[in-house]
Design a protein around this ligand. Sequence first.
Ligand code: PBG
Ligand code: ZN
Length: 329
Amino acid sequence: MTKTGRHATPRYRRLRATPAIRDLVRETTLTPHDLIQPFFVVEGTNKKEAIASLPGICRYSPDQLVRTIADYQKRGGRAGLLFGVPRAKDNRASRAYAANAIVPVAIRRIKKEFPKFLVLTDVCLCAYLTHGHCGVVQGGVIDNDKSLPLLAKMALAHAAAGADFVAPSDMMDGRVQAIREALDKNDFSNVGILSYAAKYASAYYGPFREAAGSPPQFGDRATYQMDPANQREALKEAEQDVAEGADIVMVKPALAYLDVVALLRRELTVPVAAYNVSGEYSMVKAAAAKNWLKERDVVLETLTAIKRAGADIIISYHAQDALNWMKGM
Ligand code: PBG
Ligand code: ZN
């Protein structure tokens, strides 16, 4: 009570008065260590192919990828998630798990130059199968259990090449266990699993499918990826993946699913990653190109918001730019 007998007006603005005070009381701080940059890798040499739907992102051959990663590291980047774009597809995804497949080749190249650079790899069959689905197709349906051995073989090929983490994104049931068992049996118990645990059947993946050449040739992914309307199911999926041996669980996409990020952070003890996907990136790039918004500010606000929601790790196409912008913060 004040002298006049009235309650003092709360002065919340005191804590916003100057940059020093705001810095002092800030609850969430984005750091370079939180970020993982996705990289697309193609066969061949001396290739750097722009991707129209993802301005600023390219497909690199392994020799060029190493140069890009050198630059990324100079900015403070320490981790990348690799996506392979094979020259040829077939109905067994043979180019997904061959020892000389594009991703294993790229991993060896990176690890030779930069042994400490953290290499994560997307493990999924869609870019390697003719029909573009994430699992093996039998009689027009995606056969869960027939897909597991191929996913495990793919993960093994990445581990043998030196991957630090494999990241299964296929959404087949039981794949984390199949991969964990295959890794352990082959002396790769040190290789971790970041599972795309709550991966939604999202329209935000549109630009990625152009980048990776992986749109399904028939139907959609709704029989294996999650219904965007569901939240409890995400917890069920993530708990199951942890039980099967996932070290880190991911929510994907990020922005339309921050409630799911917050839920998993609250309910689980493992690190939670969020994937700020291609469509989320391309929307910002398109609006920024028209000067409709300030790219730097929107990106830093977005990444901070994903972290505030509970993500310990953020996978984002913006990472390479954000690292530069964060230096000025
Ligand atoms: C492949 C895969 C996809 C993404 C990551 N891994 C596409 C899909 O499921 O259709 C999406 C990444 C992005 O949109 O940035 N299973
Ligand atoms: Zn897939």
